[in-house]
Each structure stands twice: as structure tokens, then as C-alpha cells.
Design a protein around this ligand. Sequence first.
Ligand code: KG4
Ligand code: ZN
Length: 362
Amino acid sequence: MLTFEHRFGGTPSTPVLNGGLMQVLGIESSCDETAAAIVEDAGPGFTVRSDVVSSQVELHAAYGGVVPEVASRHHLTNIAPVVAQALALARTGLEALDGIAVTRGPGLIGALLVGVQFGKALAYARGLPLVGVNHLEGHLTSVFLQTGEDSPLATPGFPHVALLCSGGHTEIHLVHDFGQMRLLGATRDDAAGEAFDKGGKMLGLGYPGGVKIEALAHGGDPGAIKFPRSFRGSSLEFSFSGLKTALAIWLRDHGRPEGPGLADLCASYQAAIIEVLVDKVIRAAELAQTPRIVLAGGVAANKTLQQRLREEASVSGCELFVPPLAHCTDNAGMIAAAGLMRLRRGERAGLDLNADASLALG
Ligand code: KG4
Ligand code: ZN
């Protein structure tokens, strides 16, 4: 049984026609979320007309993590109804679109292929322009999405420094414009989201670990256990694999605590991840001499991270921009927006567009 989450949509009461604005369908299927969104350009940013996400999290939770083959199969059954739902909620149709943007990487190859092939088929059948989008570029664009639910959200100017933290990536970029960024530092091993997820698994909290660790950390003492902080100093690189090992050793020596002890453990583990992330992005903003910092990707949903970064940013005279929760985690609005900018610049993908599991940014 397919369940949708209608994150946004259904707001316009009349059919949305082009009227000079570009309207783009975004398709995202890189991991365990099948998503489709209709996005229109607006100033400032992009208006999200609809944003539909069908999450497979509960299916994969039974296995303690995403099972690629299971993900592909579910994308296959979900993609057509998810796209139809996004069009219906935006009260628009394929004939009113100016293009289709689809995630082409990085991600799980089988999962990506479903979105790419669906996007290609739709574009071919309807004669619509098509563009492939890097999932990470989508996350960097997510801070420009306007939902119409709040008054226009403040959007950052260019250049800005962006900390992108997802399940598979932890990177700092100096972003000069849409689609134009320079990598300043990245993780050498595990991503921050992976550290949360693997930590959660070791603690028997299930998948995904990030939300669970954050919830259990409430009321815990972040200074109770001294977990290592990697690459202190001027480097903008990260490493989280040692932290994971430190947790495994701590659990071997002390066993898994309950109640307040578990809260202290989660708070201390979370603090070790957050402290390095905050330190490095503040240092990057100083080095790049930009007062604007963007936090994006699934881990950006972490309220403690947001709060710590907001505090430190204000000490350094920087302004912090974070997308609303629904646009931190995977969604298709960010893919549509990033694709819209590429389509505006005249970029077009051919029918030879292919998925690339390890596609790099830039
Ligand atoms: O960007 P995303 O939705 O998918 C990928 O592109 O990977 O990020 C997913 C990651 C997972 O590792 C998940 O545990 C983490 O984001 N995450 C969080 C929180 N919500 C999601 N990590 C820490 N605290 C959260 N509240
Ligand atoms: Zn993502």
C-alpha cells in the first residue's frame, strides 16, 4: 500500500499556467524516498507548487538500513503515482510544464535508474526539455525553496559558505551561484549522517539513527563522555570513522546504559559530531570572508546542530540560513529548482542521460 506525504501543495485555487514563469517537474529517487515536486521560479527563490514524498523508511528499518534492491523495487511501483500526485496537487498537467529535472547521482544505482528512466520516458513522450541534476546540488539549492506557507523565507546572497551533511556526504562548499561551487573540505571517511546512523545501530535504536539519537539526547549531558574530535586545527576536512570506533569500545567496556545514562551517551556522541561540523564551517566562512552560512542535507534537520551553529555564527558576525525541515531531508523540490536554473541556462540532456552512483559536484 503506497502512502504519500503531501509536504506542500494544493494551495493554488486556479490552474497554474506558464505565464512567463518556468514550471518544472522534479523527480528524486536516489535513496529510499520516491519524490516528485512542481516548482516555479519566483523572486526570491522558487515557489513550491507541490511536493510529494513517499518514504520507504519503515520498510528498511526492519533491516537496520537501506537495502538497495528493496529500494529499487519500491521506486518502480511508487514513481508513477507519486508524479501523478505532484501534478494533481499543483493543479497542473504535463502540457503546462517547461521541463523535467531528474536526479542522476550520486546515490544507489538501481534507485537512481528508476527516476532517470522515468524522467527520460516522460520527456520523450511529451517532447519536454530534460535535465539531469546532481543530488548534492539539489541540497545546496533547497534553501531557496519558498512554500507559500510562511511569508517569504530569507534567502542567502552569493557567495556563501554551505555545510552539506547527508547520509553519504559531509562537505563544505563556497557557493558562487546556482550550480557553481568550490569544494573547500569534505570527509575522508564516513559522513556525519552515517556516524549518526551507525551510532544508532550500535545503540540498538534502529534506522535511521539521526532522529533517534537527537530525541534521546534531550536532557542528556553532552560533556558526560569525552568522545574524540577529529582534525582539530585549520583543516577543513572531516573524519567520523574514529568516533564510531570510540563508541563501539565504550559500549564494549561499559555495556549499553538505560535512562539518564543513555541520554548522556547520546548527547555526548551527538556533541562530538556537531562540534566539529560547527567549528569547520565557521572557520570556512572566516577563510572565505563571507558572512553567509547555509546548512543543508538531512543532518541539517538536527535542532541542536542548528542551534549551536546559530550561536557560533552570530558570535562570528555571520547569518545562518537553514531550509525548513521538509527541505533538509530528501525531496524533489530541490531537484526541480536546481534543474530549473540549468534549463534556464539552456542546458538539455539527451536520451543518453545516465545515472551515476558516484557523481561528484562541480
Ligand atoms: O539528505 P538525506 O535525507 O539523504 C541523503 O542524501 O543521504 O540525509 C539523510 C541523513 C541520515 O543519515 C539521517 O540519519 C540524517 O540525515 N538525519 C539526521 C536527522 N534527521 C535526518 N541526523 C541527525 N539529526 C536529525 N534530526
Ligand atoms: Zn540527500
